[in-house]
Design a protein around this ligand. Structure first.
Ligand code: GDP
Length: 388
């Protein structure tokens, strides 16, 4: 790499040329591989600046790739997620989205909707033509099928969003059972703390950690007991709310007081692991409730087993092949589309049904940012034999 004016060599470098459109952004791209010292970079940047080049704005490469049709919006978002991924599971999810699985799913729905819309409009616009008589019934049946698929995708318990933001696990149980000790043990010994969470309240302490590749937000809640103290009552209320909203609960109780485990009955149907703590103190032959894991938060006994159990429960729910909904933005658009589809199915007039199909289609198009009408016209009109 030489200074074009003085001819002075700046670095012994490698240049790669990617002609458009087969580059990351779809434009002509040159990559310089330099020796990355500060002096080399400073000299190179000064030289490139003299040629009229500038540094990219944040996200500019991705933006250009999107504008040139190299990525859809879900993939552009995945680039940001991949750059921010802190755990293996987050990295895998972002990569899957970057590979385009999610966009493919949404575009597939969008294309099916557009086709239904075209058929319905054909039936409206050309009532005298030789169109198959059952066309409206078929559109209705297929709309209902599509709606069922979107509803199923929406009813995912926000798994994709949780995987992106951290899976909530609440530690609950009576006071002094060893909840804080367990949190400390888990955070300190078995998992890397990836980022501290701001806004820790007096009653709930949260720690974000990487648990065997899963992003987990572990919350230590106030002890569950009846109290006359107003502040304690508030802590209790928050603890209960947190426990109910969490993906998984660890109910910690003193192994010597197995009757305390009955408190777990407060959450019928919710996934809860019973943890009998302080087994270093408990007398042998103590009867533990079935399924309870015995640990000592003091000595660390039983912790590997507990971590394995927690990880297995999480993996059960998150290790699935189907692309997951990852953002509130997508959820909103999908909900709007589903509502429009529902209205369309309930509407009497074909014109009204068509209008709602159009709204549903637009809403889906907003997710990927690609509304490929032109590309689809051929496909759609090839379906008709109107000779027009
Ligand atoms: P929390 O109120 O449920 O958060 O309970 P803490 O974690 O504050 O623990 C209450 C007391 O029990 C503390 O003095 C801990 O040191 C003690 N403790 C916690 N876990 C164990 C354990 O496994 N064995 C023993 N012997 N003591 C424990």
């Amino acid at each position: 790499m030489r200074d074009p004016e003085t001819g002075e060599t700046i670095d012994d470098a490698l240049a790669l040329w990617f002609p458009a459109p087969r580059s990351v952004t779809g434009e002509d791209v040159a990559e310089l591989h330099l020796h990355g010292s500060r002096a080399v970079i400073a000299a190179s940047m000064a030289l490139l600046g003299r040629l009229g080049l500038r540094l990219a704005e944040p996200g500019e490469f991705t933006r250009r790739a999107f504008l040139n049709g190299k990525l859809d919006l879900t993939q552009a978002e995945a680039v940001a997620d991949l750059a921010a991924a802190e755990t293996e599971a987050q990295r895998r999810q972002a990569l899957r989205q970057l590979e385009g699985g999610l966009g493919l799913l949404y575009r597939g729905w969008s294309e099916r909707l557009l086709r239904l819309l075209a058929h319905l409009e054909a039936a409206i616009d050309f009532p005298d033509e030789d169109l198959p008589p059952e066309i409206e019934a078929r559109v209705a049946a297929e709309s209902a099928g599509l709606l069922a698929e979107i509803d199923a995708h929406l009813a995912d318990n926000r798994r994709g969003e949780r995987l992106r933001d951290g899976i909530a696990v609440a530690i609950v149980g009576p006071p002094n059972a060893g909840k804080s000790s367990l949190l400390n043990q888990l955070a300190r010994r078995e998992a890397a703390i990836t980022s501290p969470i701001a806004g820790t309240t007096r009653d709930i302490i949260e720690v974000a950690m990487d648990l065997a590749g899963y992003p987990v937000v572990l919350a230590d809640t106030a002890g569950l007991r009846d109290s006359a103290d107003v502040i304690e009552q508030e802590g209790l209320r928050r603890a209960l709310a947190r426990a109910e909203a969490a993906e998984l609960r660890l109910f910690v109780f003193h192994a010597g007081q197995p009757e305390d485990a009955e408190g777990v009955a407060a959450w019928p149907g919710l996934d809860t692991i019973l943890v009998a703590n302080k087994i270093d103190l408990a007398r042998s032959g103590e009867r533990l409730p079935p399924g309870a894991l015995a640990i000592s938060a003091l000595t660390g006994k039983g912790l590997p087993n507990l971590i394995e159990t927690v990880t297995a429960r999480i993996a059960e729910r998150y290790d699935i092949a189907a692309p997951l909904l990852t953002r509130a933005r997508h959820r909103e658009a999908l909900e709007t589309a589903a509502a429009a589809l529902r209205r369309s199915l309930a509407a009497g007039l074909p014109e009204l049904r068509a209008e709602d199909l159009r709204l549903a289609w637009r809403s889906l198009g907003r997710i990927t940012g690609r509304v490929d009408v032109e590309d689809l016209l051929d496909v759609i009109f090839a379906d008709f034999c109107l000779g027009k």
